[in-house]
Write a new protein. Structure first.
Length: 203
């Protein structure tokens, strides 16, 4: 996805979540969501599921285990979660998958159309409903392995379907909402087990 699309997605997640913690660190979250496209080392590595998912799993595990409720760790947490959202969104953007047979021009045109579709989609009642359904589902996530299996199975099903910018928007909103909330829930559970009351109340 283009940078504007990643920022749009981050804004959608932040607006729907409406938690004081995220409102304080919204800029860090949005910055994280475009960071992979700003880091020269990351730009040269395709943001594809097959080559980067192991690294994203490691990042998720760090986020859920190292957040201790301190201001420094909290800012780093939201920035890191933004990075996770970036990669997940790219996994469900058709040109970032090995089955895409188009040219670089086709890739750019697809992402241009996706940018316009996503900008409109996140404002719809459907998108709002998607977030809150996935928020409920995320609360049932038991551990990181269960979350990883959900992502892998979702990507497997995604690859079997017909692709279009609008359908990508739906996949991205659903998948990112679930993972966004699951990582937050798992991190909060870890903090509550070690430092009761360290986190501000979340929405």
């Amino acid at each position: 996805m283009r940078k504007k699309s990643h920022i749009c997605l981050a804004g959608y997640l932040a607006d729907e979540f409406q938690a004081p913690d995220l409102m304080r660190y919204r800029k860090a979250f949005c910055f994280g969501s475009i960071l992979p496209d700003l880091n020269p080392g990351m730009v040269t590595s395709p943001h594809e599921f097959e080559t980067t998912f192991d690294g994203i799993k490691e990042l998720i595990c760090r986020l859920t285990s190292e957040w201790d409720g301190s201001e420094y760790k909290e800012r780093a947490f939201w920035r890191g979660l933004g990075v996770v959202m970036h990669y997940l969104a790219d996994y469900f953007t058709f040109p970032h998958n090995t089955s895409f047979q188009g040219s670089l021009k086709d890739h750019c045109l697809y992402e241009r159309d996706l940018k316009h579709q996503l900008r409109g989609y996140v404002k719809t009642p459907e998108a709002r409903c998607v977030f809150h359904i996935q928020k409920l589902e995320a609360g049932r996530c038991r551990d990181e392995q269960e979350l990883f299996e959900y992502i892998q199975e979702s990507h497997r099903r995604y690859m079997q379907e017909e692709h279009s910018p609008l359908e990508d928007c739906r996949w991205i909103a659903r998948l990112c909402s679930r993972v966004f909330m699951s990582v937050i829930c798992l991190a909060e559970n870890q903090v509550y087990q070690t430092i009761p009351g360290a986190l501000a109340e979340s929405a």
